[in-house]
Ligand binder design. Structure first.
Ligand code: M6R
Length: 353
């Protein structure tokens, strides 16, 4: 049941502290290590998923070059073009909340046929994906009823970060601080939910009549921007596109005029300063500049509306910054009179190609 909440999407956004805590508690170090070992030995690392799960995968893809690994992110429905690469020296991580998305399952089948070892990250025990993979790592978000993925995304990000930290440990790095950071994720999510709901709601009111918005971010903030844009499209039916902030100058900026909303995601500590220059360019064209920024920083001053997010380390910042974007989409849907639990044209699980 909705347990007193107006919608499942709202309930599931608020459940994130708990779903992160149960996911963290359920992560088995031996499984993570088996996957991390396979990862480190791989020639290519395919990261495959659809929609929100693909976005979670992109966050891991951003980290892998630091381990001298070659990530090959694949939108599940597009796997065929990569088929000639698939080989027994490769490893794949397939991300799917339901474990039943046909595009992801087909990609996994094609990979395994050519000898690629596959680790699944899924929320559903006994799902097709879990049965057809070499190794399974479960997120424990609990059932997600809202069609828009929310708590499953943040638990995927936590799980993939834990895999990255496990690989770092195997390489002999001191990971104590990163482990502390991951452990603190549920508390971080709790503070984010408490502190950002009000601003997200006010902002949703201001976006109510807007036909379109951009979401911009650099580095690991880009997948967070992509996820924010997907949420707004899905439940509020406002056209939203995400771009790498730097790429926005190469075309998308042409659309920007007075009051055009641009949401900047400042989750990635390494790219914040550069993102500021894009804020200035957009504002010079009259954009309504919005952003998720670390609390007590100067970034807020550069924006028209800033959602201040409790400061977080780089692994958990995507979790902290996506939560207000989920809320923004939720409140925008409600403001516009739509039921965010049942977006038109969408099914919770897509089982046809
Ligand atoms: O069950 P999966 O994670 O494989 O689903 C993948 C996508 O269909 C899913 O994330 C979809 O994009 C959601 N509606 C996003 O909110």
């Amino acid at each position: 049941t909705k347990g007193g909440y107006p919608h499942f999407m709202f309930k599931e956004i608020y459940e994130q502290p708990e779903s992160l805590a149960s996911t963290a508690a359920g992560l088995e170090p031996a499984r993570l290590e088996a996957a991390a070992n396979a990862l480190l030995a791989a020639r290519n690392v395919y990261i495959v998923g659809a929609g929100t799960s693909y976005h979670a995968g992109l966050i891991l893809a951003h980290l892998l070059p630091r381990l001298k690994l070659t990530p090959v992110p694949i939108v599940a429905s597009e796997y065929a073009a990569y088929e000639p690469l698939f080989d027994k020296d490769d490893f794949a991580i397939a991300v799917s909340q339901s474990g039943e998305t046909i595009d992801t399952i087909k990609a996994v089948r094609a990979m395994r046929e050519r000898g690629v070892r596959v680790a699944a990250v899924t929320n559903v025990v006994g799902s097709t994906l879990s049965r057809e993979s070499d190794l399974v790592i479960y997120t424990r978000a609990g059932p997600e009823i809202g069609v828009a993925a929310t708590k499953t995304f943040t638990t995927q990000v936590l799980t993939l970060s834990a895999l990255y930290v496990s690989a770092l440990r195997l390489l002999g790095y001191d990971v104590a601080e990163r482990e502390r950071e991951l452990k603190a994720a549920p508390d971080l999510a709790r503070r984010v939910v408490e502190k950002t709901a009000g601003t997200a709601k006010d902002l949703a009111r201001r976006l109510r009549q807007k036909p379109s918005a951009y979401y911009l971010g650099r580095g690991a903030a880009l997948p967070v921007a992509m996820e924010g844009a997907l949420k707004l499209k899905e439940v509020a039916y406002i056209h939203a596109e995400a771009y790498p902030a730097g790429e926005s100058k190469h075309g998308p900026i042409a659309l920007v005029e007075e009051d055009f909303p641009v949401v900047f995601v400042f989750s990635d500590p390494a790219t914040r300063e550069k993102t500021l220059s894009n804020v200035a360019e957009m504002k010079a064209r009259g954009a309504f500049a919005i952003g998720t920024v670390p609390a007590r920083s100067d970034y807020a001053k550069k924006l028209d509306v800033a959602i201040e997010v409790p400061d977080a380390g780089e692994l958990t910042a995507p979790i902290a910054h996506v939560i207000p974007l989920q809320m923004l989409a939720y409140f925008a849907a409600v403001e516009r009179g739509y039921d965010p639990d049942k977006p038109r044209n969408l099914a919770k699980t897509v089982t046809v190609e």
